[in-house]
Every structure is written in C-alpha cells, then in structure tokens.
Design a protein around this ligand. Structure first.
Ligand code: CA
Length: 230
C-alpha cells in the first residue's frame, strides 16, 4: 500500500483528501504544520507528499524545497491562490505538480495515481535521481549507500549497527524494547541474547554521539528500551 503524507493546515480539506485517498487504498498521514510536516517527510518513508502552500511555521515553498534536497519522491503542491501558481513556476522548488483550490478530490486521486505510476517506472528503470536519506538534527543516514554522516563527517558502522540505527531512526519517537529490536534486526525469536542489543547501542553511541552519557539521538527509556529522539 502506497504511503501518502498530506501537509495541510485546513483540517476539513486534509480530511477530505484523506478520505478519498483511503477509499483508493492509500495509507494516509496528515500533518497540519509546515515544520512538523517537513520533519516527518524527512524522517519517514512516504511514496508521495501533498503540500499546501500557506502553512504555519514553515511555508509550503520551503517544505517542498527541503524535502527535494533529500528525497526524490513525487511532490504535489496545492494552493488556494491563483497567483501562487506563477510563484511555483518561478521558484522551481522541485514540485512535480500543482493543483489550485478548490479542486475535486477525484482529480487529486487521479494525479496521485499518475505520479506514483511514473515514479515507480523511474525507480524500476534505475533512473532514480538520488539516494534515500534519513536526516535528523545533524545525522544523515544514506539508506541506499548504507553510509552514516554526523555533521558532515562519515562514521563507519558495522552492518548490524547500521541496521539498528536505521530502524530506530526510521521510526522516530517510538520506544522499542530490547526484545523487539533483537527480533527486528537479528531476525530471530527473542530467546537469544538480548544483551547483544545493549552492546550494539553502546557502540553506535560511541560513534555518533558527542557525549555518550547524554545521548542526543538514541535515548534510553529506563525499564522499557530505546527510542530515536526527533
Ligand atoms: Ca493553508
């Protein structure tokens, strides 16, 4: 099921878009704020993003530009004002399409379908424009090349360290128990040695944290497990 992120501050419009997309079997997430939407778009995997132009905190132009820096997924811009369309053209901020409000929800669905189909052909044919990145506060994980950079400096992680870090960063702000992480990364029933997880977390921290006793990225939730902070 394709994942759609809608960044739209008008709840009624966001819900309408969501309803129609869900009827067409898309998995839809809504963010109503530019800044939060941008963070989510960068940190998580989506197949397509629909962005309103006039948004609180960070406007749609900037959201679009910043997503485009790290992702090559289709971006559809939605705007209420006719004159904004000229700006979109002029700014060349990397959107693949734009729709003016009011629009029919079925038109939106048709465009989403068309963009996803086109993108899948591009990816399938190896013409993908860039790698798939996760970027959160100074840490950049290149999932395609399996490389990690902290403030621009490359850190060398082992395969399992990379898998563990990428899994946590792909699910930010979610707490995982050691058992869950062991099961996820080592792909076994958690009857094995879950201390392996602790050891790997320690090694990752030594590589990516400035101060391992005050971790900025992977947080220990005492008595529960770990989470990647956003
Ligand atoms: Ca708006």
């Amino acid at each position: 099921m394709s994942k759609v992120l809608i960044i739209e501050d008008e709840q009624s419009i966001a819900e309408l878009e969501k309803d129609y997309l869900e009827l067409n079997r898309y998995d839809v997430t809504i963010e109503t704020d530019g800044e939060k939407g941008l963070e989510r778009a960068k940190a998580e995997h989506y197949d397509i993003v629909i962005i309103d132009l006039m948004l609180p905190n960070v406007d749609g132009y900037e959201v679009c530009r910043q997503i485009r820096e790290v992702k090559d997924i289709p971006i559809v811009v939605v705007s209420a004002k006719k004159e904004d369309i000229d700006k979109i053209r002029g700014l060349e901020m990397g959107a693949d399409d734009y729709i003016t409000k009011p629009f029919s929800p079925s038109e939106l669905v048709a465009r989403v379908k068309a963009h996803l189909a086109r993108y899948e052909r591009l990816v399938g044919s190896g013409e993908r424009r860039s790698n798939d990145y996760i970027e959160i506060r100074g840490i950049k994980i290149d999932k395609t090349a399996r490389r990690v950079f902290v403030n621009g400096e490359e850190k060398i992680l082992t395969t399992k360290e990379f898998d563990l870090l990428t899994f946590l960063a792909s699910n930010p702000n979610r707490v995982f128990t050691k058992e869950e992480l062991f099961h996820e990364i080592w792909n076994m029933e958690s009857v094995g040695d879950i201390a392996t997880v602790t050891v790997h977390i320690k090694k990752i921290r030594e590589k990516i944290e400035m101060n391992t006793s005050k971790p900025q990225y992977i947080e220990t939730i005492w008595g529960v497990g770990y989470r990647f902070k956003v």
